[in-house]
Design a protein around this ligand. Structure first.
Ligand code: DX5
Length: 226
């Protein structure tokens, strides 16, 4: 098995077949499943939460709890929301193994505290940078995080094109980590495809999120009655 983590994103799944599709990528050998939590405030879209059913009937709910019951692979949760610290305990209780939060202050004000909160509840902690955010924003948490995620699209939607300027950010991050003697996973998310994956890995990434290039929705499942 290669040292590069592949993390398919459920954003590209057919939610009426979510269980089946995440199982298929697990059987195919993927390491993590990527779950985007969006609140319609920090990013324009809204997705899923920790648990809907009060833990009883998880087979029917698209939630982190369902995924954790179905899967052996790790759940990598990316919180693209305002005040992620409010939700961290519930997501970890629901089964998230790695919890990543945006470093921008419009998401969490006390990044260092939120990272420590995640770790103290037993999960691995990641920090995420939007394409316009410089690496200096995370320099002083690099010694305490398990993962740094470089967004290579503006977050909110699957299927967007890779922003080339982020390749340089990945190599600079790799250099900064070496300088500081730390070795978090360097993950890249957005527009990663088989044709640009090599470039991203060469720049220093060792974890790749694959949305459109990972789980594919073959067709629209059913037309909803109007
Ligand atoms: C973007 C999401 C991604 C998305 C990636 O906001 O964070 O996880 O699913 O999808 P692709 O690979 O299609 O860009």
């Amino acid at each position: 098995k290669s040292d590069i983590i592949v993390s398919p994103s459920i954003l590209s799944a057919n939610f009426s077949k979510l269980g089946e599709q995440v199982k298929a990528v697990e059987v195919a050998g993927c390491d993590w499943i990527h779950v985007d939590v969006m609140d319609g405030r920090f990013v324009p879209n809204i997705t899923i939460g920790p648990s809907l059913s009060g833990r009883g009937k998880y087979y029917f709910e698209p939630s982190v709890f369902l995924l954790s019951k179905l899967l052996v692979m790790k759940i990598s949760l990316l919180q693209m929301i305002v005040e992620p610290e409010q939700r961290v305990p519930d997501f970890i209780k629901a089964g998230a193994d790695i919890v990543s939060v945006h470093c921008e202050q419009s998401s969490t004000i006390h990044l260092h505290r939120t990272v420590n909160q995640i770790k103290s509840l037993g999960a691995k902690a990641g920090v995420v940078l939007n394409p316009a955010t410089p690496l200096s924003a995370i320099e002083y948490v690099l010694d305490v995080v398990d993962l740094v995620l470089i967004m290579s699209v503006n977050p909110g939607f699957g299927g967007q094109s890779f922003i080339e300027s982020q390749v340089k950010k990945i190599s600079e991050l790799r250099r900064l980590c070496a300088e500081k003697g730390v070795n978090p996973w360097i993950e890249v998310d957005g527009g990663v495809t088989p044709s640009n994956a090599y470039k991203v890995i060469e720049a220093g990434a060792n974890a790749l999120v694959a949305g459109s290039a990972g789980i594919k929705t073959s067709k629209r499942p059913v037309a909803l009655p109007v």
